[in-house]
Design a protein around this ligand. Structure first.
Ligand code: HDE
Length: 700
């Protein structure tokens, strides 16, 4: 490791030909070299014939430097291009040896290293984080029996049932090819055209219009393996399994109007959140849960367990929590690790196996292909982030960038060479594909049991709290209002009529669509009487505490030392974080004369970046700030986004300037009479939002 000198350190320097100062090697500062290790004397000037002359071809340092720069980019992922990863471990807490022989599931307390990459689906690599989209939740377990990739999402179902539709779906969701916009969003004609012509998408579309698609952070969202997989025990018996990740900090999403503004204020909102949490030692954590079931359950379940547009309600098959996933280390280098990590659904280990889910089967084909294209050849497994951490040996060799070829004379088998020359041999056991019976004519046909497209969409909708149902309604109206073709809007409403009549009517009303279209033709009637599943609601699964959340405190010079300290202590006591927002980031002191540093200037730290806010200006400070438009937005947005707002007396001026006169306030706007009120305020913030306010601040 080379040491990075502190920017204020004054290392040895020399003066360049233009009179400018350059740092030179020596002491702690390493010598710069070319890729060949040749020391570089001058990194500021190309070699030229005379000071004003042409560059010389023999300048190998310039040539190498520019050549490498010109080749820095690799193709971004065709989907899930925007992502962020971290290292951590999986610890088994409840052995699954009863149903799986996988080594990772045998010994309680044992830890397996993991790398996790979260992502959005539709946006390009540089798109904003808090767009309305599905989030990828891909986990690479470096087990002792090889790498296992569980490449899931934060939504337990998918848009399509057959992999052959994936290119169409993705083309429709991403930018239109003629105009190359809009990106990173589904609010456009092509997306809604495709999904409204694909009734199987209805269930997933409902999830995408719910708050699941605008998570507050990666730390507060669930993950799902989506497909039904198999666990295989030591006797070769199979148990069906659905994988779940449950966040320790509970579920949380943001409000839609807030999401729109976060993307402007901080397009890296989710990245920054994960970075800050991990680098400050607040390691995010999820429990691994499994839903286990057998053929008898599969036969009795009203839907096909191989259909990826269906889930199995937790109330029907409980989630058994068997381990924990902890992310405790950021990458050393984003490109080397997060960009080059190559997840492949076909990376499984003995004790885990596939099912005939047609989407999973197609994925098993696709991922290897995409990695070869993206990473430039078959040796992407040699890149450290992709290589197993257990020993591995085979006779594969050569190809671009081969880092480790077989040693010795034998590069084939069977061979008659003795060891060590003879090389590795098969075991005859370990990974055994489950011997499922397969027969049938070759045909292009989807099973009849996949034909019910609405019943679970309805079940999802009725499992939401009224607040969440309103958010779904509003999301449909928002998105379909951006659709320019009225026939597409009407077609979508015709599907919603099968989900919930009131929802469909409200969406039609919000679109000014009249008369109501006829319901879409349903291949199967909606199953009546499916019970609501509270596990599907975010608000039913919130945290009840401010742990892991962020309070934004507006201060001005001379802020009350005691009150500020009490708020900071109350947040620290629940392991939350505080950011100070002020008219200037530097040059601040509190009432006791202690120097303070603010993290944000008022126009750069809008309230959308915080879970709750407090206003602690001095009278003088409030007088100066009340004319500041971004200060008024700060308060108005916090109120509109149903946040809890604490304030001191002097902040009355600011509240009034933002239009929040005493009569308009509610129990979520809390006056801090003294430092002792700080704890109560932070406890109140455990509810995260005062959703009841929403009905009062929105009238369309
Ligand atoms: Fe993917 N998917 N996918 N997908 N997917 C990719 O692989 C594909 C699907 C998921 O952080 C690609 O490396 C097909 C479902 C995640 O690096 C590609 C089908 C689910 C990630 C690909 C699906 C996912 C990907 C693009 C339909 C949830 C990001 C770049 C049959 C269970 C992994 C790449 C990361 C990435 C193909 C459907 C999750 C092209 C053909 C369903 C989390 O191979």
């Amino acid at each position: 490791m080379t040491k990075t000198p502190h920017p204020s350190a004054s290392p040895a320097t020399h003066t360049g030909p233009g009179g400018e100062t350059h740092q030179v090697a020596g002491g702690d500062t390493p010598v710069m070299t070319t890729q060949q290790g040749v020391p570089v004397a001058d990194d500021q000037n190309t070699l030229r014939a005379g000071a004003n002359g042409p560059a010389l071809m023999e300048d190998f340092h310039f040539r190498e430097k520019i050549f490498h720069f010109d080749h820095e980019r690799i193709p971004e992922r065709v989907v899930h291009a925007r992502g962020y990863g971290a290292h951590g471990f999986f610890e088994l807490t409840d052995s699954l040896s009863d149903v799986s022989k996988a080594d990772i599931f045998q010994r309680e307390g044992e830890r397996t290293p993991v790398f996790v990459r979260f992502s959005t689906v539709a946006g390009n690599k540089g798109s904003a984080d808090v767009v309305r989209d599905v989030r990828g939740f891909a986990v690479k377990f470096y087990t002792k029996q090889g790498n296992w990739d569980l490449v899931g999402n934060n939504i337990p179902v998918f848009f399509i049932q057959d992999a052959i539709k994936f290119p169409d779906f993705v083309h429709a969701a991403k930018q239109a090819p003629d105009r190359d916009f809009p990106q990173a969003q589904t609010a456009h004609d092509n997306f809604w055209d495709f999904v409204s012509l694909s009734p199987e998408a209805t269930h997933m579309v409902c999830w995408a219009m719910s708050d699941r698609a605008i998570p507050r952070s990666f730390r507060f969202m669930e993950g799902f393996g989506v497909h039904t997989f198999r666990l295989i025990d030591a006797q070769g018996r199979s148990t069906y399994v659905k994988f779940h990740w449950k966040p320790r900090l509970g579920l949380q999403s943001v409000a839609w109007n807030e999401a729109l503004k976060i993307n402007g204020a901080d397009p890296d909102f989710h990245r920054r959140d994960l970075w800050q949490a991990i680098t400050s030692g607040n390691f995010p954590e999820w429990e691994l849960g499994v839903q286990l079931f057998d053929d008898a359950f599969a036969d009795s379940f009203p839907f096909d367990i191989l259909d990826p547009t269906k889930l199995i309600p937790e109330e029907l098959v409980p989630v058994r929590r068997v381990g924990r996933l902890v992310l405790d280390r950021m990458v050393d280098n984003f490109f080397a690790e997060t960009e080059q990590v190559a997840f492949c659904t076909q990376n499984i280990v003995p004790g885990v196996d596939f099912t005939n889910d047609p989407l999973l089967q197609g994925r098993n084909f696709s991922y290897l292909d995409t990695q070869t294209k993206r990473l430039g050849g078959p040796n992407f497994t040699h890149i450290p982030i992709n290589a197993p951490k257990c020993p591995f040996h085979n006779f594969q060799q050569d190809g671009h960038m081969a880092m480790h070829n077989p040693k010795g004379r034998a590069n084939y088998e069977p061979n008659s060479w003795s060891q060590p020359t003879g090389g590795p041999r098969e075991t005859g056991e370990d990974f055994q594909t489950f011997a499922a019976d397969v027969s049938g004519p070759k045909l292009r046909q989807r099973s009849e049991s996949f034909a019910d497209h609405y019943s679970q969409a309805r079940q999802f909708f009725i499992s939401q709290t009224p607040v969440e149902q309103t958010h779904m309604r509003d999301a449909f109206i928002f998105e379909l209002s951006k659709v320019e073709t009225p026939a597409i809007r009407a077609r979508m409403v015709s599907h919603l009529l099968h989900v919930d009549k009131e929802l469909a009517e409200a969406v039609a009303k919000g679109l000014g669509l009249s008369p109501l279209p006829a319901p879409a033709q349903a291949a199967r009637p909606v199953v009546a009487g499916l019970e609501p599943s509270p596990a599907l609601s975010i608000l039913e699964n919130g945290p009840g505490s401010f742990t892991g959340r962020k309070l934004g405190i507006v201060i001005t010079n001379g802020v009350d030392h005691e009150l500020l300290g009490a708020l900071q202590d109350a947040v620290a006591a629940v392991n939350g974080t505080v950011e100070l927002i002020a008219p200037t980031v530097g040059g601040l002191k509190d009432s006791a004369g202690n120097p303070l540093v603010a993290q944000q200037r008022i126009n750069g730290g809008p309230s959308v970046l915080y879970d709750a806010v407090a206003l602690l200006p001095t009278v003088e400070g409030a007088n100066a700030l009340r004319h500041e438009a971004t200060m008024r937005d700060f308060i108005a947005d916090a109120f509109a986004h149903a946040k809890f707002i604490a304030h001191n007396d002097a902040a009355e001026l600011l509240l009034a300037a933002a239009g929040l006169h005493p009569k308009m306030r509610d129990e979520g706007v809390i006056a801090l009479e003294s430092a002792s009120d700080a704890d109560t305020f932070i406890q109140t913030c455990g509810a995260l939002r005062l959703w009841a306010r929403e009905g009062r601040v929105h009238s369309i």
